[in-house]
Write a protein that binds this ligand. Structure first.
Ligand SMILES: Cc1ncc(C[n+]2csc(CCOP(=O)(O)OP(=O)(O)O)c2C)c(N)n1
Length: 333
């Protein structure tokens, strides 16, 4: 979990320095879910990931150097710099990710069909956010895997928000009940506690390996960085004076503009923005929900933790220095 956290913190820094272009979705805050599940996988198991696949990939053992070079568009990156952070593929780890929300469902089902035929007792795990659960392809995946008793674990990381859409406003019913209606075991749990995740996943993975079919886990979580780096909602909540000074003018101009939406529609939009800001402020990540701090409190061998962390610090520092050198050389070349 610490390795994943540190890697992604380096990614934040490098993105802020402008060396990674485009959007960047980190999983800082989701480490307990990723570690509680991915550490139980063995060779031959497969991972189908979404746009937030960095942390599970690091935990699965993908080389951090190759991953970082990939994010920086370098030809020595994991996918020759062509995939970026949303399209991580590793044949040796059986990892496939996609920026198409919901696509990890069918990808995991494909992996699981292959496992059922070619790799007995091997499984596939699909990671996705709660924003993906109204995608038809994900529902088809739940149905199909249940009918064929495929070895899949569906993991829904529930942050309550899909970009700026509050999931409670667009999702009917309870997701655990929805999964159970496909005749598979389903559990909702605290995704900030790695032990809780590990135990639930252990049971589900054992079921999948022994041919009992798929399971569904709904893990509640919070992220430090919001939807993506530079998330405007978080920026406004974190630095209201600076950010409001920047956006008040354009907002006012569009609110009083002669053309465009009706007055009623504009008032509704402004109210929605205010409500989103309120929710973002209320549900902001706090230390109490930090999976690393939660785990650290439970471990009595504090010295061992410090020595592990020192080792990881050294590894990441050396790795980042090397990657930045390679990047620089590439640009000069
Ligand atoms: C099919 C599809 N529709 C819309 C998008 C745009 N989009 C990217 S991320 C995202 C929100 C996803 O929310 P969630 O699944 O909860 O994952 P989170 O980002 O919260 O981890 C959306 C709508 C997309 N990439 N793919």
């Amino acid at each position: 979990m610490y390795r994943s956290r540190l890697f992604e913190e380096q990614v934040v820094q490098i993105w802020n320095d402008g060396l990674i272009t485009g959007e960047m979705h980190t999983g800082i805050g989701e480490e307990a879910i990723n570690a509680g599940i991915v550490t139980q996988l063995v060779d031959g198991d497969a991972l189908a990931l979404d746009h937030r696949g960095t942390s599970p990939s690091i935990i699965r053992g993908v080389d951090p150097k190759e991953l970082l070079l990939e994010f920086m568009g370098h030809c020595k990156g994991l996918c020759s710099g062509m995939g970026g952070h949303m399209h991580i593929f590793s044949k040796s780890h059986l990892i496939a990710s996609s920026g198409i929300v919901g696509a990890s469902g069918p990808a995991a089902v494909g992996f699981a069909i292959a496992a059922q035929h070619l790799r007995p007792e091997k499984i596939a795990v699909a990671f996705f956010g709660e924003g993906a659960v109204n995608q038809g392809m994900l529902m088809e995946s739940l149905n199909f895997s249940s009918v064929l008793k495929l070895p899949v674990l569906f993991v829904c990381k529930d942050s309550g928000m899909a970009i700026t859409t509050q999931s409670s406003q667009v999702t009917a019913g309870k997701l655990v009940e929805r999964a159970m209606s496909f005749d598979m075991p389903a559990k909702e749990l605290d995704g900030t506690d790695v032990e809780i995740v590990w135990e639930a996943a252990n049971e589900a993975i054992a079921d999948a390996r022994s041919g009992k079919g798929p399971s569904f886990i709904l893990a509640n979580c919070k992220r430090t960085q919001g939807h993506f780096l530079g998330d405007p909602l978080l920026r406004i909540v974190n630095e209201p004076v600076k950010e409001l000074a920047r956006i008040t003018g354009p907002l006012f101009k569009s609110a009083v503009s002669f053309s465009g939406a009706s007055l009623k529609e504009r008032v509704r939009s402004l109210k929605n923005i205010a409500s989103l800001l309120g929710k973002t402020a209320k549900h902001r990540f706090s230390g109490e929900q930090d999976p690393l701090l939660i785990l650290r409190k439970k471990i009595s061998e504090q010295e061992e933790i410090i020595s592990i962390e020192e080792e990881v610090n050294k590894e990441m520092k050396g790795m980042v220095e090397e990657v930045l050198r390679m990047y620089e050389n590439n640009n000069q070349g």
